[in-house]
Design a protein around this ligand. Structure first.
Ligand code: HEC
Ligand code: HEC
Ligand code: HEC
Length: 456
């Protein structure tokens, strides 16, 4: 599930509270607004170009298209008649006010961890500060048997964890807070944890080594978030906590620039979290033991040596392969001969998780359509990568991508022209990348975004 195809991007916004009808105390409303950011409610509950929280986002699942619902406090179209207990049941048990089960496209298996206090603050925020919108989103209508919502009870019984968060004294307070945010509101596992035979996340918390071990999201690899230093040092295993904080805050750091569905997570959610909460998240991820290094895993020294060799060969520019020539002609000006780019301007593609992912879809997508990092309050300017789909054929992209995945310290597999053709065909229905401001207005950016159309 949770293949979120059409995700509105946010061009940075402050939380300004409007519409305080019944004068609940401001602190609770503000806390609820912050928690709604941490839970990224707006990303799923807003249709492209639609009103914030009014629902209607189509979410592709293996069972068909599921539409998010209107969670504004409108009494007919939204959740205006939900009591706090009903709201809590929807969030933590996936139970609608009329008793029907919600589809797990709503991340209640993660939100089950929420404390009563936080559910209360969210409820106050939604009821008192979100503007009611009287618009009915399209009904979800899955075919039989998936339209039988009672069937979800068995799934819940097997896979959903009803326990609320229990503090764990073996973590310091900040790291434990990070654990709460990651496992609970952040629902990071809904994209980063591999799924089992019934589309369930294989684990919902750090007690299992499957948790956050990396997963394929419609082809785009959501890398492992297990940051321990006991693996081969790739991905966030090689990042320090501050680098994780920078990535979540600004969408970039010395190792990577955000792409794919993570762009919306950064823009709508993590960039709005406090540095302290982000540090808690980072420390928690670093506390998770690394994925076991596979056979043939390389060491950092070996990868450095391979990097030097590729860079020297590109510089000498003699006897170049087709892939090497394509790289020099199209990519090296920005990502350089060593594939390491220039810090915070051009991300490294040497050692980069996207370049090395088992499934090359994300890399192909980036080469064809380009990419644009999100504007965040701390770094509003965005230097996009241009797309090369208009000038490179499927064969050329395949040859180039194969080179990139095997160059320097990388060890991804070869790419075929067929794979490129498939990704190229999917890019035509490029999503809108307009922003959502939960306070009501759509944020119109500078229009430059269309250069990167489909990057998301
Ligand atoms: C990953 C996508 C996603 C996120 C994130 C998400 N939701 Fe949902 N939510 C859904 C979908 C899809 C449904 C409708 C499911 C269905 O129809 O069975 C839903 C349903 C609901 C409902 C039931 C409403 C009704 O129709 O009666 C409530 C309440 C709700 N969500 C609140 C929230 C809140 C609060 C947050 C943030 C803390 C949130 N959701 C975050 C996808 C999401
Ligand atoms: C004009 C400069 C420029 C050129 C030329 C260029 N890129 Fe990029 N590239 C960027 C920028 C800027 C980004 C960061 C944008 C983003 O990811 O949102 C980027 C991002 C990437 C990423 C994603 C990295 C990550 O961390 O997610 C990959 C992979 C990549 N480029 C590969 C290539 C390849 C292969 C070529 C040659 C076809 C190429 N680039 C040409 C500037 C460039
Ligand atoms: C909607 C799906 C989704 C959710 C939810 C999500 N992620 Fe991601 N995440 C991705 C994808 C896809 C990528 C790969 C991005 C790329 O290729 O540039 C990614 C990349 C990352 C990376 C970079 C890893 C690397 O090796 O480059 C970090 C760190 C990260 N996510 C942290 C988080 C955290 C923390 C959360 C929860 C607060 C979270 N993500 C929730 C989809 C998601």
């Amino acid at each position: 599930m949770t293949a979120r195809h059409l995700i509105p991007l946010l061009a940075g916004s402050a939380i300004v509270l409007a519409n305080q009808a019944f004068g609940a105390d401001d602190d609770t409303v503000q806390r609820g607004a912050y928690l709604a950011r941490a839970g990224d409610c707006v990303a799923c509950h807003t249709a492209p170009g639609g009103k914030p929280f009014a629902g209607g986002l189509p979410i592709e699942s293996p069972f068909g298209t599921i539409y998010s619902t209107n969670i504004t406090p409108d009494k007919k179209a939204g959740i205006g008649n939900y009591s706090e207990a009903e709201f809590a049941a929807a969030l933590r048990q996936g139970e609608r006010a009329d008793g029907a089960n919600l589809y797990p496209a709503m991340p209640y298996p993660s939100y089950a961890k929420l404390t009563d206090d936080d559910v209360h603050a969210l409820y106050v925020y939604f009821m008192q500060s979100v503007k009611p919108v009287a618009e009915q989103p399209p009904e979800t209508d899955l075919g039989f048997p998936f339209n039988q919502r009672w069937g979800i009870s068995a799934w819940n019984w097997l896979f959903a964890d009803a326990d609320t968060f229990q503090p764990n004294a073996s973590y310091d307070q900040l790291t434990d807070r990070g654990r709460y945010l990651v496992e609970g509101l952040g629902h990071c596992g809904s994209c980063h944890t591999p799924r089992g035979f019934a589309e369930q996340e294989k684990a919902l918390d750090g007690d299992s080594e499957d948790y956050l071990a990396g997963a394929n999201l419609n082809g785009w690899w959501a890398p492992s978030l297990r940051g321990g230093d006991d693996g081969d040092g790739r991905g966030i295993e090689g990042w320090d906590s501050q680098a994780i904080v920078d990535y979540l805050k600004t969408g970039r750091n010395a190792h990577a620039t955000v792409g794919g569905e993570m762009t919306s997570v950064v823009a709508n959610s993590t960039t709005h979290l406090t540095d302290k909460d982000l540090m808690g998240i980072a420390q928690y991820l670093k506390s998770l033991s690394a994925n076991p290094a596979g056979d043939g895993a390389t060491t950092a020294d070996q990868r450095q040596q391979a990097t030097d060799e590729t860079a020297a060969h590109l510089q000498a520019a003699k006897n170049l392969s087709d892939g090497e020539r394509l790289y020099i002609d199209n990519c090296a000006a920005c990502h350089l001969d060593d594939g390491n780019g220039a810090e915070r301007v051009f991300p490294p593609i040497n050692g980069n998780s996207l370049a090395n992912a088992d499934d090359p879809t994300g890399l192909i997508h980036t080469i064809l359509a380009g990419a644009k990092p999100p504007a965040t309050p701390t770094i509003p300017a965005q230097l996009p990568m241009p797309g090369f789909g208009w000038r490179l054929s499927d064969d050329e992209v395949a040859t180039l991508a194969t080179f990139v995945r095997g160059a320097w310290g990388n060890d991804g597999g070869a790419v075929t022209a067929d794979q490129v053709a498939k990704v190229r065909a999917s890019i035509d229905d490029a999503p809108l990348d307009k922003a959502v401001d939960p306070n009501g207005e759509l944020n119109h950016d500078d229009g430059e975004s269309h250069a990167a159309n489909g990057a998301q």
